[in-house]
Write a protein of this length. Sequence first.
Length: 529
Amino acid sequence: MRYALCSKNMTYYLKYRSQSLEDLDSTEVRDSLKKIVASGNIPHAFLLTGPKGIGKTSAARILAKIVNCEKPKKNAEPCNVCEQCKSITRGDNLDVYELDAASHRGIDDIRQLRDGVKLAPTRANKKVYIIDEAHMLTTEASNALLKTLEEPPAHVIFILATTNPEKLIETIKSRTVIINFSKAKSEELVRALTRIVTQEKLKVDEKVLELIAKYADGSFREAVKTLELLVANEVELKEEFVSGFLFTRNVLDVNYLIDLIIKRDVKSLLSEVDKCVSTGVEVKIIIKVLLERFRSALRSKFAINGEDIGKLSRSELIQLIKLLNTANNGTSNSAIEEIPLELTFIEWCEDKIKDNETKTEPELKQNVKPDFRETLAGGKIKETENGKIAGEKVIENKVEVSSANGGKIENVWDEILFKVRPINASTEALLRAAKPLSFDGKKLTLGVYYKFHKERLESNPHRDILESTVAEIIGLPIRLECTLTEPPIKNKVIETIKTEPVTVTNTDSILTEAEDEEIIKIAKDIFGN
């Protein structure tokens, strides 16, 4: 994209775009590039990685100026007054090419680029190719580009930028110097905003810049756009007015939303989303505010500073955070931005409905937790006269869980697996290579069939997930202990001496082929292929 000269009507982000390394507000990136430039040995290929709006393209243009500036400063910074610097700023330099790989991603585009690479620069010292969203290149185009990256002409520099470096082929990454752009810190965002506020002579409270920085979620572009939005809407730059404008507290009632989530009231949740969006609240703001509250509540469960939400268990908070995080990632690419959040609420609410539908009517009527405790322990729970469970649970005897009471224990074990799966599928897969052996009211002993499964279950997060899930089901804290045990024998035919086939079965639960495949899959996840 080509940009015109800065003017009074230009947006703040373009008007105050960084024009030198010193202007870059990302401290780590600024220091890294300064060291590379000071060394005098500038690589022929860079890969700039990081989220959108963080300054990757600005940094690429600054590098293009540094290698082509006609009157560089003593510290090798561009002068920004020579014709080369000014033409790069305008975006019309004949030797600096910007390619958007999102729309020019095919092999023909790269072949055209390769043909141009062979030619000497028109007027500049170096030809600079800036390829934005490089991960969008097709595999064929990437391989074609690789040939040029391996043996580039001395007069060429490549600068690749991407928000998804993991999608680039490894051979391209290995040919480049990688500069990682992290989300901007609050103080870096405030630094960028302060420069604009000073130049524009705006009167602003100090707290307002911090509030904008929080709203921008680590993006310089978003922070500057937000400041401009406030100015355009003539919002007084004081904390109470800016807070009301950005977070619309009178519309978005977070506590009410959380109550609906706890009740799993899908109809009201969807109505509340409609109400918020119709009054100007961005979906990402709804998600962000909920994530902050649920993260705080989850941290409090681990005795870390946070605000607990008593009606949500640790496993439920983990599930909600995962669902909302997925919704946040999907919002940008959704044709209708509300859809990912609406699907999250529907999935959350329907999980409970499905759970209830799988239970028989007698199971729904009975007090589930005492039944599960008795089943796991094989003992009795003493109750007080008013029918409530006493403070201390009394188990008459520690019993081995065997096929004698297998029918009942299998139901409990299935319930545990069912609740673990949405939290962590790997934990559930590991548990399918184990079986409960005993429970004494405090300690649950699992027999695990394989050593590496045992080691994984004894470590976090798997141990925490299992202990918290079982504790939630039985209503009491438990401690997990794992021991190696013989795996169950699959049904097989043994030829006797008389050559008469005899079917041998194991009375313990038998692993199915599907479960075997899951165990193999989790082993691959742990150890690699």
